[in-house]
Design a binder for this molecule. Structure first.
Ligand SMILES: Cc1ncc(COP(=O)(O)O)c(C=O)c1O
Length: 362
């Protein structure tokens, strides 16, 4: 590794965050969401490490589940987007993949064939997300059809919050009201389970009683709630660092980087860090985005390039070539970087490219 750009991934911290998520909703099982390569943390490494601890893993699609299963992971895996083709149902059933049913197409595939083993089905209710799932006028009918099918052994009624990261948002109240009404009505007649909360729902404890929570981003140490604050109970799971490869002095009025968008307001020392959008750093990160080096927080000046970014070293005089800058992790919060780039931690995590060397801590 000559170009010393590194993402240090702490698997023990992910386990800690998983257990913390479970402690927020006592009695609930937890689906550890490891889709999109475990939010960029390496799904096989994360799932293998957590396998003996988790109740279930959650991925988007069967290809992600197969990759994890083939690595030797034994826990059940939930397919959050359901199946895309009819044949996937048998394959899923044989491999202990649980299916979300989000539409009539998936529902009919489950009802209209004989399966060797009955299925556990997560039935999705669109209570206000406006995305996948059955709406108010079809959810009870879908539930009853599944319930009376010999192909189904267990139903988990699930829904997904749209705005739980914004504390006090009325959409969450409306969603909670709707899911409670459906749950209470069905519960008079049927036995089934309930799955409601993503990380934001878990952390704000908006629906404290349920059978399965589905934490994603909180496993990776980033709170979705108040982007200004780090939740002290969550441990950092990824620290991204890169070396300084150039240090030069510039005069007041000199311009820095593509487009010449940054013009030195005074004489300045500028360092070049070997990390750019080709490594997954957001190109839209503005001048002022924090970077940590040699015990100090400084910031980006000018545009992020494909392989490099430039930082102000004027007030960090001892800095030398090959000193290591932290782009986010322990000293710079990923949420702060995300805010400066008008994005979210989820996107930054999932976009760190393969050019960045990975180290794993156990
Ligand atoms: C259905 C479902 N449940 C849970 C999650 C996890 O969400 P978060 O990462 O915000 O905890 C997601 C993520 O997109 C999802 O789609």
């Amino acid at each position: 590794m000559s170009r010393n750009t590194v993402a240090r991934i702490n698997l023990a911290a992910i386990k800690h965050n998983y257990l913390y998520a479970k402690s927020c909703v006592p009695g609930a099982q937890a689906v550890a969401i490891v889709k999109a390569n475990a939010y960029g943390h390496n799904a096989i490494k994360v799932a293998s490490y957590l396998d003996s601890e988790v109740d279930l893993f959650g991925v988007a699609c069967i290809e992600e589940a197969i990759e994890i299963r083939q690595s030797g992971v034994k826990s059940p895996i939930l397919l959050l987007e359901g199946v895309f083709e009819f044949d996937e149902i048998d394959y899923a059933n044989k491999n202990n993949f649980l299916i979300c049913v989000n539409s009539n197409k998936g529902l009919n595939w489950i009802l209209n064939k004989d399966y060797s083993e009955p299925l556990t089905v997560f039935l999705k209710y669109d209570s206000g997300m406006g995305r996948l799932g059955f709406q108010d006028d079809t959810i009870v009918d879908a539930f009853e059809k599944l319930s009376s099918s010999k192909n189904v052994k267990e139903i988990v009624l699930m829904t997904h919050f749209a705005c739980a990261d914004e504390v006090g948002n009325m959409v969450t109240d409306r969603q909670m009201h709707k899911i409670s009404s459906i749950y209470n009505a069905l519960k008079k007649k049927y036995k089934f389970k309930l799955s409601i909360s993503n990380s934001a729902g878990v952390l704000t404890k908006v629906y404290p009683s349920q059978d399965f929570i589905r934490p994603g981003i909180m496993l990776y140490g980033a709170s979705p709630i108040d982007y200004n604050q780090h939740d002290q109970n969550l441990l950092t799971t990824m620290i991204v660092t890169a070396p300084i490869i150039s240090i030069k002095n510039y005069n007041k009025g000199d311009n820095i980087g593509y487009g010449g968008t940054f013009i030195c307001p005074k004489d300045m020392t500028v360092g070049v860090v070997a990390f750019g959008y080709g490594d997954g750093y957001p190109r839209h990160a503005i001048t002022g985005t924090p970077v940590y080096i040699n015990g100090s927080i400084t910031h980006i000046v000018g545009r992020v390039s494909m392989d490099m970014l430039t930082i102000d070293l004027t007030n960090i005089p001892g800095t030398k070539i090959n000193d290591i800058a932290e782009l986010f992790g322990e000293n710079v919060s990923i949420n702060d970087v995300a805010r400066c780039a008008d994005t979210i931690s989820y996107e930054i995590f999932t976009k760190i490219t393969k050019r960045v060397y990975r180290e794993y801590l156990y």
